[in-house]
Design a protein. Structure first.
Length: 237
């Protein structure tokens, strides 16, 4: 399940694992997964009949390495675009999220942890990356919390469409992707294309991806997700 013991193609160089630790750590994560499987845990949820796709927080604040918590996530963006192309071809519902930044909002307890260096006039940092090619009918969810469900109408939108499977892509694996998967699993089958999610920190990415695969949904290669989407085809007609 974990990636080969090679330097990742995304994230922040200063937040990567030392080369001496990468191989042993990834091997250990694979062993952990096997131990869960031996306990009849970490089974597969599989695809249902009516999938939808969500693309989480693919905006400049996270994608530009020069920004406070940005990093090089080009490979994640490229793979997300592949999933988007397959979803559009199959005509399944597509949703995007970004942060609902408002400099007039009062401070919250979260500000004590996440001291974002953003101010009036920085709203453009939270606009979706144009390379995603968002189309007019593809809904944007503007959220204030890590989960795409908390404080939004995403659940109502999905249930109104009778969606039974949510394909989750985007960033960051350990925060908004994980929180969205955690909330989604109460109502939907969760599928995560592993090359289409990413994170500035290599260790947090790998550990949270394993946690998602063990407890919340199926982490699988982009190629397999695209094959399943093509097999299901359009159900919205």
């Amino acid at each position: 399940m974990t990636s080969p013991a090679t330097t990742p193609t995304f994230g922040s160089p200063d937040l990567r694992l030392p080369d001496s630790l990468r191989g042993p750590l990834l091997a250990h994560l694979d062993h952990l997964r096997e131990r869960y499987l031996a306990r009849n845990w970490a089974g597969r949820v599989g695809f249902g009949k009516r999938p939808a796709l969500i693309v989480i927080d693919m905006a400049k604040f996270w994608l530009a390495p020069k920004e406070q918590i940005g990093s090089d996530l080009q490979s994640v963006l490229d793979n997300t675009c592949k999933v988007l192309a397959g979803a559009r071809k199959a005509q399944i519902p597509i949703f995007f999220t970004t942060f609902a930044f408002d400099p007039a909002d009062p401070p919250s307890p979260q500000n004590r942890k996440l001291c974002m260096n953003v101010k009036m006039g920085d709203e453009h940092l939270f606009e979706l990356d144009p390379r995603l090619g968002r189309q007019a009918h593809e809904k944007i969810i503007r959220k204030r919390y890590a989960s795409s469900f908390k404080g939004t109408n995403l659940h109502e939108l999905l249930t109104s469409l009778a969606v039974d499977t949510l394909i989750v892509t985007g960033i960051s694996t350990s925060h908004c992707v994980y929180a969205t998967c955690r909330d989604a699993t109460d109502s939907f089958r969760v599928i995560v294309p592993k090359e289409a999610v990413g994170e500035r920190c290599e260790l947090m990415h790998e550990v949270n991806l394993l946690d998602i695969d063990i407890d919340l949904g199926d982490v699988m290669p982009v190629s397999e997700v695209l094959a399943q989407v093509e097999r299901i085809g359009s159900w919205s007609a």
